[in-house]
Ligand binder design. Structure first.
Ligand code: ADE
Length: 249
């Protein structure tokens, strides 16, 4: 999968792409990241990429010409490649959006700086706008790295274990069950007996119940969209009733 990243600060991407999973994905040819410096496409001696906002007010705005020029030089004018603007005004990034992007073999990411983009970039160049959360970063670069990281691990061959992404927190709409590894006892804290039982059916049931319980406790909002069986829904209703009874005692 190839990402074309348009940025004023390509240096930000250097070390994250040189470590761990991203590095390995690049080395094995599963990931290609091409960084394009928007400033290289700015006209004039000073290669200006920002300007004052029409109508006044504080802050600077990213000019449209260098951004259009950069994207069109790399992708061409007619392209089917998704062009994603990283902005706190975008739809909020989640596992579902990561899956959606992972279906494409090529994705372009445009990172903003300054107070914002000229609206014409949003309207006539970008095909999608993504925010990584309800907070404002100094630019879209860290957001782009989050997107690349979350998306690339969903591509076949990137994770050592091909089922690795299936049980992920959020993959089935639930948080993941708790994990344990050796030793079986650490500072007096044991491991749930079921995990040592070797009974795979029991382990699966326990994990599912833990995932449901954990999601119910920590992120009940996720349960509204999770795929649950009738029995699971009944069990969650029962949990809620028990809980309400307990707190009203
Ligand atoms: N640029 C600045 N803040 C951002 C955010 N929360 N998500 C994506 N891009 C951003």
């Amino acid at each position: 999968m190839r990402f074309d990243i348009f940025t004023l600060f390509p240096g930000i991407f250097e070390s994250p792409l040189r470590e761990s999973m991203l590095k390995r994905s690049i080395e094995s040819g599963l990931l290609e990241v091409q960084l394009h410096n928007i400033r290289d496409y700015a006209e004039g001696r000073h290669q200006v990429t920002d300007d004052y906002p029409y109508g006044g007010g504080g802050g600077m705005v990213m000019k449209p010409e260098p951004v259009f020029a950069a994207v069109e030089a790399v992708l061409g004018v007619e392209t089917t490649t998704p062009i994603v603007l990283l902005t706190p005004q975008g739809r909020v990034f989640n596992q579902q959006v990561a899956f959606e992007l992972a279906q494409h073999d090529r994705v372009a990411l445009i990172c903003g700086r300054y107070e914002g983009f000229d609206e014409r970039i949003r309207e006539h160049l970008a095909t999608d706008e993504i925010s990584i959360g309800d907070y404002v970063l100094t630019g879209g670069e860290l957001a782009a790295l989050v997107v690349v990281d979350a998306v690339i691990r969903l591509r076949p061959g990137v994770l050592g274990d091909p089922t690795g992404a299936i049980d992920d927190s959020h993959a089935g709409g639930l948080l993941e069950y708790p994990h344990y590894t050796r030793p079986p006892e650490f500072r007096g804290w044991g491991v749930p007996e079921v995990l040592l039982s070797g009974d795979h059916a029991r382990v699966d049931r326990w994990r599912r119940e833990q995932a449901l319980r954990r999601t119910w406790l920590r992120r009940p909002d996720l349960l509204e969209r999770a795929e649950l069986t009738e029995a699971e829904q009944a069990w969650l209703r029962q949990l809620t009733q028990e809980w309400t009874r307990k707190i009203s005692e």
